[in-house]
Design a protein around this ligand. Structure first.
Ligand code: BTN
Length: 310
């Protein structure tokens, strides 16, 4: 465990001040080194006060620094600001970073959305990309995106107490409004997945973008600020368990149980065509099956999905 995690752990444990001498003994470092770590934490926004009897932690910022995730610290890369976590994660993936690497940004100046759209990324939201390296054939890689969306929706439900539902292909809605978007890039070698870079943007404690009336945020729905650190830790723990599934063969059945799309009249717009009809099912790899007005079924593999369009 990193020194800062250990130090915070000790300070978090008790409400009483802890002396520099005790910290130095417990951490096995000099008092000067203790002081340097405390200074660094203070510059990162931790309110650590020192008095005659020692140090006391008054307040921790809600910033997902790597040391806030002691179980997976080496995999967490936090930046106050990035152009886009997708670009950074892709560079890291191509350089061979480990499975389950997480790149987080406090805000993004050029956040990317699906279909070449921007993703407005002010402070308060949660923006991150995950580099996953499942040992699966490339053709079933979409299942990993659906598994991730499913885990996200369940984490939003359980941690934030909101009725999060999955919208095809990879959005998360609450009461029909978008709270979270996902973007995914994949590279394969010899038909097996080399890496999947999944970017996730959650409107958490930021107000929803004002120009998007169909967007919402956790704060707008609950009037509460949710800890992004706690949310992310919980989500990563749950996803790590889910990723142990061998082939994700039952993922779509689970997805269907909290789907906002099935049963809806939908219009699916892709670069090449527009399809409309009733969303009746998804296949095991997540393609949407739409019943058209003439009763024929059409399998749709990608596109932007709009609900409520007869
Ligand atoms: C969409 O719904 O259009 C997808 C939005 C994805 C946004 C996230 S924020 C973190 C990651 N970095 C980006 O530039 N985009 C994704």
């Amino acid at each position: 465990m990193n020194m800062k995690s250990q130090l915070l752990n000790i300070l978090k444990d008790g409400s009483k001040p802890v002396s520099g001498e005790i910290l130095s003994k417990q951490l096995g470092i000099s008092r000067v080194a203790v002081w340097k770590h405390i200074q660094k934490l203070q510059t990162c926004g931790y309110e650590i006060v020192s008095g005659p009897t020692g140090y006391r932690l008054r307040h921790s910022p809600d910033t997902p620094y790597s040391w806030e995730f002691p179980q997976r610290e080496a995999l967490i890369h936090y930046f106050d600001q990035l152009d886009s976590t997708m670009d950074m994660a892709r560079r890291m993936a191509r350089k061979g970073c480990t499975d389950f690497t997480v790149v987080i940004a406090g805000s993004q100046s050029r956040g990317r959305g699906r279909m070449d759209r921007n993703w407005v990324s002010p402070e308060g939201g949660l923006y991150f990309s995950l580099v996953l390296r499942p040992d699966i054939p490339a053709v079933i890689s979409p299942r990993v995106n659906f598994a991730t969306a499913l885990v996200l929706a369940h984490t939003l439900r359980d941690v934030c107490g909101i009725d999060a539902r999955v919208k095809w292909p990879n959005d998360i809605l609450v009461q029909g409004q978008k709270i979270c978007g996902m973007l995914s890039e994949m590279e394969a070698t010899e038909d097996r997945v080399a890496y999947i870079n999944i970017g996730i943007g959650i409107n958490m404690n930021n107000p929803p973008p004002p120009d998007l009336p169909t967007a919402t945020s956790v704060h707008a729905l609950t009037a509460q600020s949710i800890s992004r650190k706690k949310f992310l830790a919980e989500f990563l723990n749950r996803l790590a368990v889910k990723m142990q599934s061998q082939d994700f063969s039952t993922i779509m059945d689970e997805w269907k149980s909290i789907s906002a799309t099935l049963g809806q009249q939908v219009r699916i717009v892709s670069r090449h065509e527009v399809n409309a009809g009733k969303a009746v099912d998804v296949d095991p790899n997540g393609a949407l099956i739409v019943e058209k007005a003439d009763g024929t079924l059409k399998t749709i593999y990608y596109g932007d999905c709009f609900h409520g369009h007869p």
